[in-house]
Design a protein around this ligand. Sequence first.
Ligand code: ZN
Length: 249
Amino acid sequence: MRLSRRGFIAGFIACRVCAGLARAEEAAHWSYEGKDGIADWGRIDPTYKACSIGAQQSPIDLKQPMPAQVGGLHIDWKPEAYKILNNGHTIEAVVNNPDSVKLGGEVYQLKQFHFHHPSEHAVKGERHAMEIHFVHAHPNGDLAVIGVFIKPGARNAEFAEIMALAPATAGEKKFGTPIDPNRLLPKKRIRFRYEGSLTTPPCSEVVDWNVFEQPIEVAEADIARFKAIFPMNARPIQTTGRRFLLKGI
Ligand SMILES: [Zn+2]
């Protein structure tokens, strides 16, 4: 299901995303604060232009959604002994399983999932403690990202294990035993859906966003572990503009 039409420019940017995923380490340096910070992203590199001139940017405030059938979402993820990477911007679990989701009849492969503190999306102006992004790619370059909010509460064993292994500085570590990513999903599956962008450079507008309304709970101490490494890695709220924001099951 297409929520809006994308022009050839989006297709061009999608190829940049493919290239970007393959060799992210060669991308121009950016950061959240200070030099090369959020306000400068669009000026750092010509391929980052969408960060400043894009009209379908993410994250957004999830408010006043239209109740709707948001399109079938079938998640097919399996446990894996992930490589856990500190890439200088976040902690990322690198996926090698042929995990996938089916969204509106299209199949997307899970590439990685990573974390933001605080959450990037807001719900009626309120941000959660954290947000997980499960990044899936379609062979045509489109992305489908599943967003899961995190709030402090009961301990989540999977989250605790990832944060215990997370490298404090740039580098990677590998799990010896599998982690089940399905345990990082909320029970209630009501979700927001809209068309947006990557929330980091190059801010490409190729993302079909699916954000669950119900947060999962994790131990406050495990949130603190992430916060000690990345105190702030969330982009500010972007204008929704004329986009449709849908909410449903
Ligand atoms: Zn993200």
